[in-house]
Write a new protein. Structure first.
Length: 308
């Protein structure tokens, strides 16, 4: 038997506590030996204020998982890579395309694993949807991704700052699924985004794209109250496929819905362990490219002041 990978966790915020920590605790392939966070720590785990001191702390680290906001993550990942550690990145993987491309090159040069995670791709219905669509003609795609920023990101001012992505922080989850399951590449034709006065990142956006001959529309809203909406509908020559609840439920023409428990983050850590064992990397930047294209092309509209 091989020993567990000695892991350091960087960033002890909501996503780390809700998803990463339970996944790590349940995976015998990892041993959490240290953390780095400016404002939080975990009982019984050696804590540091930054990734540099964590690496220097004598914990025998082999890998790090970065759960910090994308702005500033490049510097943290670079320190880890240069120290010869394998790196797993929460989504979005970096603040810019240039940063993630450089990290991939540096990881390759150091012979370590770099894993850009897209957790929504690990939802139970995504792979069955991809397989069903593989031999179908795609006629149209409608993406509706609407959630409440105050519920999922309470008080997180960074998400509406420059480099915070705004509504594209959840919206990129939909794009990660679409780029995974559609047989043809996604290309952006036009877009608009609504940015609150005094903020840098949008609370709402709409993208008009194409995949082969099929029109693809994506509607993103960060002010959805009540029921939350994470749906993708795909019209094909065999009927309409629908993914709902972020890819956890699959509706196929003439079949009962397929549903399975949430295993997104356990699947991500299992994949990370596989990559480390094989000496490989998994760096897919297509969802981030589409968001970058949207910021380049979108008609930018200023809306009223937003406060948490």
């Amino acid at each position: 038997m091989t020993s567990a990978i000695r892991l350091g966790l960087v960033g002890i915020g909501k996503i780390a506590r809700d998803q990463h920590l339970p996944a790590i605790e349940a995976d015998a392939g990892f041993e959490l030996v240290a953390t780095a966070s400016r404002h939080a720590q975990l009982e019984g785990i050696p804590a540091h204020s930054d990734v540099e001191s964590m690496i220097a702390g004598g914990h025998g680290l082999e890998a790090v998982s970065l759960c910090t906001p994308p702005d500033g993550r490049y510097e943290q990942a670079l320190v880890a890579i240069e120290a010869g550690l394998h790196v797993m990145l929460e989504k979005p993987p970096a603040a810019t395309l240039s940063e993630i491309v450089d990290l991939a090159e540096r990881a390759r040069g150091k012979g370590v694993t770099l894993f850009t995670t897209w957790h929504s791709r690990e939802a139970a219905a995504v792979e069955p949807a991809r397989l069903w669509l593989a031999d179908k003609r795609i006629d149209a795609v409608r993406i509706t991704w609407k959630e409440d920023i105050r519920r999922w990101h309470p008080g997180q001012e960074w998400i509406l700052a420059a480099g915070g992505f705004g509504v594209f922080d959840p919206g990129i989850n939909a794009l990660s699924i679409a780029t995974r399951i559609l047989p043809q590449p996604l290309l952006l034709d036009s877009a608009w985004m609504e940015v609150p006065q005094g903020r840098a990142s949008p609370l709402a956006a709409q993208l008009e794209m194409r995949s082969g001959e099929a029109a693809v529309t994506a509607e993103f809203d960060f002010l959805q109250t009540g029921p939350q909406t994470w749906d993708i509908e795909i019209d094909t020559d065999a009927g309409t496929l629908r993914l709902s609840m972020g890819g956890s439920i699959l509706h196929l023409p003439g079949e009962p819905e397929r549903k399975a428990p949430d295993r997104e983050y356990p699947r991500l850590y299992a994949r990370f362990a596989e990559l480390v064992a094989s000496g490989g990397s998994d760096v897919d930047i297509r969802p981030l490219q589409l968001v970058a294209d949207a910021f380049l092309l979108a008609d930018r509209r200023t809306t009223s002041v937003f406060a948490f």
